[in-house]
Design a binder for this molecule. Structure first.
Ligand code: CDP
Length: 694
């Protein structure tokens, strides 16, 4: 029949060799007894589509309508225009029921608590999440510091890092669904007395040796960055010793930083005082950091004071040496969290694209931007209609995942269904740029980033509003308290100014992005007020580590990594020559095997004067792109995004710690929610290696 060829679906022909290898090794279902495959890639897409569409039955859709939705889901996946995250592809319709990639679990300063939030309760929860392919993030800052007293045993506390090691070993033991290794994010806030040990937990002698299943990040606040700028001291505080509102010192910070409105804070304080039977020193005023310090000192909670710059330099040194620690900017995360009225975010998932409340989970999915470049009258343009249509169904699919999910714990189910967060992201961004003929490290490219993000966000948000009209808003929705992130998005020029980048957007690129540039967000806000909102967040830029391989495109918003390279993944080593690059070489009759293998030695053509300039400009690889451009792309995608962005600022091996320091400082000023750098060759195990000679 149509679309079939010798019993195969011609859609299978869209899949690259590497895509098939990954699918075969990990995604396609096998008969557990005979180990024979029971599905083809198209059958996998069908399985996922049917399983997720079925959710609509419980919202009163007829069998025929459900079938239409399933067909649409299948269509956007099999055309590789959109793919949900790995757990959804692997587990939909199977015995394993976890479909989300991102989780944040609370860690309280106790072995176990009635709410199931103690250290060993969380260890168990983590194992259950890992078993099914989810990644977990934790804030360990509530744990009392090393050497502190333990009243019940008259002993001495061993501190957060020793507990992290237990989480790390458990991660090793519980391989995710037998198919991928568990990933964790460990966060410690910068006021914790053990922060110095934490910063050094994965660098220097401990590099490649400790906490190998963790990314670690320091939770940084505005007060801290200001203290770095002014060369001032900051307090280190024992979380066990403070008794004023909330569970720890952090509550002071919340109030000190003024991102909540004052009346609300007053209400919160009074409520907490009532519940906790605590004493508030000055109930008439919102507490400032200085005031908080006085209280903490009175309580004996301040263990010492340290120059902020000393801590900052240690963070920079570690990141330069090994890529760890990264930073998460706690204030920015909470300032731009649309539902910050229900609680404060302390942690993110492993790759930091999802800041989440305790127990929340989020499922992701990404549109393949490369697929939306079309030719019109000999010019490459963006197919906005098709992109909008794909996004509409993608958001519906992600929302259905929340209902189809089988949650490993009831706390996770409750928290997730209360806020219904979904994370629509993108992949193939740098290939879209290549196809549009725009170099990644140009003001034009940044303008494309900024406005594409705006378009994707607009469409996803709009889709979520329409879903609310059909199926209802997320339970924690409050039309007045909800914070629209477009009210606080920085303008494009502002971003350039902060980075001190000069340059004009060319008229042709302005025209190309006109449709996105002119979107009306005040009207969107009005619609949200009237119809409601299905999901408290809709966007998130994930790394798309495997789904980009399946789609045969570049990952997330990253530049091309190398034009030819060896990829080191769990199932083996792959040599890859970028097919798009080959296509260009052909265009210039340069696809000679000898030329290609020569290029593969370095992975790049930047220095190769025999390659046409057009190719050299457009095929910029990650290490040729100056760090500022990496960062500005991240900042652009952060402006129109209610969650976070997973991005690695790739640095050349010879870059200095000063570069890292500059980038970290600039990241804070640009309002990104987190930052990670990776200097080439700074770790022994690297997922991707340059060249084929190694
Ligand atoms: O491409 P894929 O859907 O496989 O995942 P990704 O976009 O590379 O990663 C998305 C999220 O999945 C990460 O941020 C982690 O939360 C989680 N993850 C994990 O738990 N274990 C891994 N080995 C990889 C990713």
């Amino acid at each position: 029949g149509k679309g079939k060829w010798n019993g195969f679906d011609e859609r299978d022909m869209l899949l690259s060799y590497n895509a098939l290898k990954v699918l075969e090794a990990r995604y396609l279902l096998k008969n557990p007894d005979t180990l024979r495959y029971v599905e083809t890639p198209q059958m996998m897409f069908r399985r996922v589509a049917n399983f997720l569409a079925k959710v609509d039955t419980s919202y009163g859709k007829s069998e025929e309508e459900v079938k239409k939705i399933a067909d649409k889901f299948y269509e956007i996946m099999s055309s590789l225009k959109f793919l949900p995250n790995t757990p959804t592809l692997m587990n939909s319709g199977t015995r394993l029921g976890v479909l989300s990639a991102c989780f944040v679990l609370p860690v309280r300063d106790s072995m176990t608590t009635p709410e199931g939030e103690g250290i060993y309760d969380t260890l168990r929860a983590m194992a259950l999440v890992h078993q099914q392919g989810g990644g977990t993030g934790f804030d360990f800052s509530e744990l009392r510091p090393k050497g502190d007293v333990v009243a019940s045993t008259a002993g001495v506390a061993s501190g957060p890092i020793s507990f992290m090691k237990i989480f790390d070993v458990s991660t090793d033991v519980v391989k995710q669904g037998g198919k991928r290794r568990g990933a964790n994010m460990g966060i410690m806030h910068v006021w914790h007395p053990d922060v110095n040990d934490f910063i050094k937990a994965k660098t220097g002698q401990l590099k490649d040796a400790q906490l190998q299943n963790f990314n670690i990040s320091v939770g940084i606040y505005d007060y801290f960055m200001k203290a770095v700028e002014r060369d001032e001291e900051v307090p280190l505080v024992n979380p066990r010793k403070t008794r004023v509102p909330g569970s720890n010192w952090d509550s002071y910070m919340v109030k000190a930083r003024g991102y909540m409105d004052e009346e609300y804070i007053q209400e919160l304080i009074l409520k907490e005082l009532e519940e906790k039977d605590a004493v508030w020193l000055d109930e008439s005023s919102v507490i400032t950091l200085d005031e908080a310090m006085v209280i903490a000192e009175k309580e004996g909670a301040v263990t010492s004071k340290v120059n902020a710059r000393v801590i900052f330099d240690e963070i920079v040194k570690g990141a330069w040496d090994s890529g760890d620690p990264g930073i998460v900017f706690i204030d920015e995360i909470n300032r731009r969290h649309p539902i910050n009225y229900i609680g404060k975010i302390q942690a993110t998932n492993p790759c930091a694209e999802e800041p989440l409340l305790p127990w929340e989970s989020c499922n992701l999915g990404s549109v393949n931007l490369e697929k939306f470049v079309i030719e019109k009258e000999g010019k490459a343009i963006i197919d906005w209609d098709s992109l909008a249509d794909t996004i509409r169904y993608a958001v519906r699919m992600l929302d259905n995942v929340i209902d189809a999910n089988r949650y490993p714990l009831k706390q996770i189910e409750e928290a997730t269904k209360k806020t219904r967060k979904v994370g629509l992201g993108v992949m193939g961004f740098s290939r879209l740029l290549v196809r549009l003929g725009i170099p990644y490290d140009s003001v034009d490219a940044l303008y494309v980033s900024y406005n594409l993000a705006k378009f994707v966000y607009y469409q996803a948000f709009h889709a979520s509003i329409e879903l609310a009209k059909e199926k209802g808003s997320f339970p924690a929705y409050d039309p007045v308290l909800y914070r629209d992130i477009f009210d606080t998005a920085r303008s494009f020029n502002e971003l350039l100014e902060v980075a001190k980048l000069k340059g004009e957007v060319s008229p042709s690129v302005k025209r190309l992005m006109e449709r996105a540039e002119s979107l009306d967000f005040s009207q969107l806000k009005g619609e949200r007020m009237i119809k409601g909102l299905r999901n408290s967040t809709v966007m998130s830029i994930a790394p798309t580590g495997t789904i980009s391989i399946i789609s045969g495109t570049s990952s997330g918003i990253e530049p091309l990594f190398a034009l030819a390279f060896i990829r080191n993944v769990a199932v083996g080593k792959f040599m890859e020559v970028d097919p798009l690059f080959l296509e260009y070489l052909k265009r210039y009759e340069m696809d000679d095997p000898e030329v290609v293998s020569k290029i593969a030695e370095t992975g790049s053509v930047a220095e190769n004067v025999f390659i046409p300039r057009t190719i050299r400009n457009v095929f910029r690889t990650a290490h040729e792109v100056a760090p500022e451009y990496h960062l500005l792309h991240q900042a652009s995608w952060q402006q129109w995004n209610d969650s976070g962005v997973s991005k690695t600022i790739n640095l050349k091996s010879e870059e200095t710690p000063e570069t890292v320091s500059k980038i970290y400082m600039m990241a804070w000023r640009l309002g990104v929610k987190g930052i990670t750098v990776y200097r080439d060759k700074s770790k022994s195990q690297q997922v991707i290696y340059f060249g084929i000679k190694k």
